[in-house]
Design a protein around this ligand. Structure first.
Ligand code: AHR
Length: 502
């Protein structure tokens, strides 16, 4: 009943793209307003950005930040969000049945990224729900053209002399979903995505474009959607998107703990679909995956209130403010492991979302910001998960799950940094039993355990809150050994582990 695997630098998956540690800011609930932006807050800077939040975003290690949606983007009029704030129109946001004040817009988003630091990169979505090719081009010209045209001069007149230099663009959002404003069939979307991509490349051939894949693997159109869209767009786009959210369904916690099984099969099925279209087209090009929305999300709670009468056009309402437990953080860590295990093809990923809305960082108006349980696995993975992913094939005791059948108790990956040090990320899915782990190191000159950190708790339902923001945090584990090329550790029940070797 021990779990085992071997690490060997000769067997690798691929290099981790820093963009794997992206996140997502949508105009939804309080992600923007009273989240990252709250003029008048004691910690707000001259631009109204909360510096306490900025500090936590840096600590989290976020890279690419997708914006402005999400479902919101399918009604987005970018021109409402630029120019003097007092002149910007208030609009109905159909996606979230809210009122959008536009006090925070495109320029403020770019300003926010600059303040995070050089690691932060824009990832802008265009509206292919209620709009099309022309508006995408106008936005691109406004944002990226240096000067000398009506729209670039407008940006300069608005106070942004330097172009924003946005390289990554999402061609719409979840266009396969019937809930999406301007929802399309795969044929309809494939055509408009292809023509938008072709036109955007006429402005700048070097843009990186993401075509919408499926909203999740259970969509009735899954795989056929990707195949149809890629048949139209294969030579014109760089990525296809994947979205997935997990929660315990009908109280089935054991399957919830194995959510990464679904995530990994989703990734592998999309890779297969991309490569099938590539083969059909006799193309040498490979399409990469942008997993640009992923998280634990108690979506069923949201559906309960989705259509209630109080939801009539409030401004920055409290929506999707899930408070995450230790168990949620363990599943979340396992989802990070799934992404790292496929770093050869998943080269962009965005944790949905960044602040307040299904988020690792929470705020209250006027009060300090605090870290959810999920903050820690993300911050650790972003910090130590840079380098080459080693191919980890586990031999593990198993347990039974309703959704996935017999499932490994151990879920793991390992990343080798440039300096030769290795970090093992491992989850024990057992709710009751500790899991002894033995890792054989081949051809790795590692002699010591720098640190074994764990996120686990006697109460798997423990959470951080505004009143008790430090209730849950990772702690050090004693007794983990590295002797004669063998790592020995014990993984506590229901735990996320980071074992650093040098
Ligand atoms: O992240 C919340 C929502 O989930 C996004 O707006 C949408 O793209 C997805 O359905």
């Amino acid at each position: 009943d021990k779990a085992r695997f071997t690490l060997d630098p000769a067997f690798t998956i691929g290099e981790v793209n820093p963009r794997l540690f992206g996140s997502f800011v949508e105009h939804l609930g309080r992600c923007v307003y009273t989240g990252i932006f709250e003029p008048g807050h004691p910690e707000a800077d001259e631009a109204g950005l909360r510096t306490d939040v900025l500090e936590l975003v840096r600590e989290l290690g976020v890279t690419a930040v997708r914006y402005p949606g999400g479902n919101f983007v399918s009604g987005y009029k970018w021109e409402d969000s630029v120019g003097p704030a007092e002149d910007r129109p208030r609009r109905l946001d159909l996606a979230w049945r809210s009122t959008e004040s536009n006090r925070f817009g495109l320029s403020e988003y770019i300003g926010f990224l600059k303040k995070i630091g050089p690691q932060a990169e824009p990832m802008m979505a265009v509206n292919l729900g209620t709009r099309g090719v022309a508006e995408a081009l106008e936005l691109q010209e406004y944002a990226n053209h240096p000067a000398g045209t009506a729209l670039s001069e407008q940006r300069i007149a608005h106070g942004d002399k330097d172009p924003f230099g946005i390289r990554m663009w999402c061609l719409g959002n979840e266009m396969d979903g019937p809930w999406q404003t301007g929802h399309k069939t795969a044929e309809e979307y494939g055509r408009v995505a292809a023509e938008t991509a072709r036109a955007m490349r006429q402005i700048d051939p070097s843009v990186e474009l993401v075509a919408c894949g499926s909203s999740n693997q259970s969509m009735p159109t899954f795989a056929e959607w990707e195949a149809t869209v890629l048949a139209e767009t294969y030579d014109l786009v760089d990525y296809v998107s994947l979205h997935a959210y997990y929660e315990p369904q009908d109280g089935d916690v054991d399957s919830f703990l194995a959510s990464a099984v679904d995530m990994e099969s989703f990734i592998e099925n999309v890779v297969a679909t991309c490569d099938h279209i590539g083969a059909r087209l006799k193309s040498k090009k490979k399409i990469n995956l942008s997993f640009d929305e992923w998280n634990v999300w108690y979506m069923s709670r949201w559906h309960e209130i989705e259509n209630s009468a109080e939801r009539d056009w409030p401004e920055a309402p409290r929506l999707l403010e899930d408070n995450y437990s230790v168990m949620d953080a363990v599943v979340f860590g396992s989802l990070l492991i799934a992404l790292l295990r496929h770093a050869d093809r998943v080269t962009v990923a965005c944790l949905a979302q960044l602040v307040n809305v299904i988020a690792p960082i929470m705020t209250e108006p006027g009060d300090p910001a605090w870290r959810q349980t999920t903050f820690f696995p993300f911050a650790q993975a972003s910090r130590y998960g840079r380098g080459e992913v080693l191919d980890v094939r586990v031999d593990s005791p198993t347990y039974e799950t309703r959704k996935y059948g017999e499932t490994d108790l151990l879920h793991a990956t390992a990343v080798r940094a440039e300096d030769g040090s290795v970090t093992v990320f491992a989850v024990n899915r057992s709710r009751t039993e500790a899991l002894p782990l033995e890792v054989t190191l081949n051809g790795l000159e590692l002699t010591s355990v720098v640190e074994h950190g764990v996120l686990a708790d006697a109460d798997p339902d423990a959470r951080n809150t505004l009143a008790e923001p430090d209730r849950v945090a990772p702690r050090a584990v004693q007794g983990t050994t590295l002797q004669d090329g063998t790592l020995g550790a014990v993984l506590e029940p229901l735990s996320w582990n980071v074992i650093r070797l040098a």
